[in-house]
Write a protein that binds this ligand. Structure first.
Ligand code: SF4
Length: 315
């Protein structure tokens, strides 16, 4: 089985689409069933792996991690990497945005499009796919794209072992940072983790992890697990200002990308009468105020010239 589609474009695909490969192969992606996307279903073994790690003795944990690292090394070798295990999480030292938060923040950086035979990690995306953040900054480098594809391939093909490594890295970070860290599981994806690892999220929340994410799913498709998972809903070109105002009035946090300079966005306390939070100075969305608000962001990269409606004007 090939692990992931190797493509240099950020082509967006829906489940059910037929993909044609240069070598003549085709693949029909699976449809969403039973309330889970295909990717979410593939990731389900993570839950028992994480809970098993938490319940294990130190010696058992060492054995679990060693086993998971062996599987990761084998997988990475098939993708051309040296025989070395690497962290699953991106650390704040390596990612400017995560590093802006006062609390120590780990991010899981997958990819927002399809993996062969598995599905789409960002199925609710709209026209933002044309100016996706995956292609900004270092994301344009082939080496970075390959590393992300490999991480995603390993995660979906070996969800149990990926879960062990993620649990281990969160546990180490908690110990090193006073039992208070942030975790963003969807840096470049939109998996509904509350459907995949709900019990593990609750257990790690109790241990001191505060989870947050941005999402393109509508609120009816998401669940904050009783408020422990901070979710900010990203406005799309399909939404009007009135739609956003309605969501904010209903208590949701809505991220809006503005065609404006970062400096200007940071000065804005309101947008179209709604209370506004600066989404640029910190990535930590767990400290945003209770009640509805807009989280303002400035268009970056190709999004600066977007005319699809995904980028909103200041006025
Ligand atoms: S929601 Fe984010 S990650 Fe997904 S396609 Fe849009 S910009 Fe990319």
């Amino acid at each position: 089985m090939k692990h992931a589609i190797h493509t240099d474009s950020c082509e967006y695909l829906n489940t059910g689409d037929v993909i044609a490969y240069a070598d003549g192969d085709t693949l029909t992606t699976e449809r969403t069933t039973r309330g889970l996307t295909v990717v979410e279903r593939a990731l389900l073994p993570m839950q028992s792996a994480m809970l098993g790690y938490l319940a294990a003795t130190p010696a058992e944990r060492r054995a679990m991690v060693a086993d998971a690292r062996r599987v990761q090394i084998d997988f990475r070798r098939t993708e051309g990497y040296a025989a070395r295990s690497v962290p699953m999480f991106t650390k704040p030292e390596a990612q400017t945005k995560l590093g802006k938060s006062a609390a120590y923040t780990l991010g899981l950086t997958l990819l927002p499009w399809i993996t062969e035979g598995i599905g789409n990690t960002c199925p609710a995306a709209s026209l933002c796919r044309n100016v996706c953040l995956v292609d900004t900054g270092k994301g344009r480098l082939r080496s970075v794209q390959h590393a992300r594809r490999t991480r995603l391939g390993f995660t979906v093909a070996h969800a149990h072992h990926a879960g062990v490594l993620l649990a281990h890295e969160m546990t180490l970070a908690l110990a090193a940072h006073g039992g208070d860290i942030r975790v963003r599981l969807n840096v470049l994806s939109d998996v509904r983790w509350e459907r995949v690892i709900p019990d593990a999220m609750i257990m790690f929340h109790v241990a001191g992890v505060r989870f947050y994410d941005y999402t393109k799913w509508a609120p009816r498709h998401r669940d904050t697990l009783g408020g422990i998972y901070s979710l900010t809903y990203s406005a799309s070109e399909r939404m009007t200002i009135t739609d956003i105002q309605t969501m904010v009035a209903n208590g949701y946090h809505v991220a809006v990308v503005l065609r404006a300079s970062k400096a200007h966005v940071k000065t804005m306390a309101h947008w179209h009468g709604m209370p506004a939070v600066d989404g640029l100075s910190t990535d930590d969305r767990t400290t945003d105020p209770e009640g509805g608000c807009v989280v303002l962001l400035a268009a970056l990269g190709d999004a600066i010239h977007d005319t699809s409606g995904f980028v909103f004007e200041i006025d």
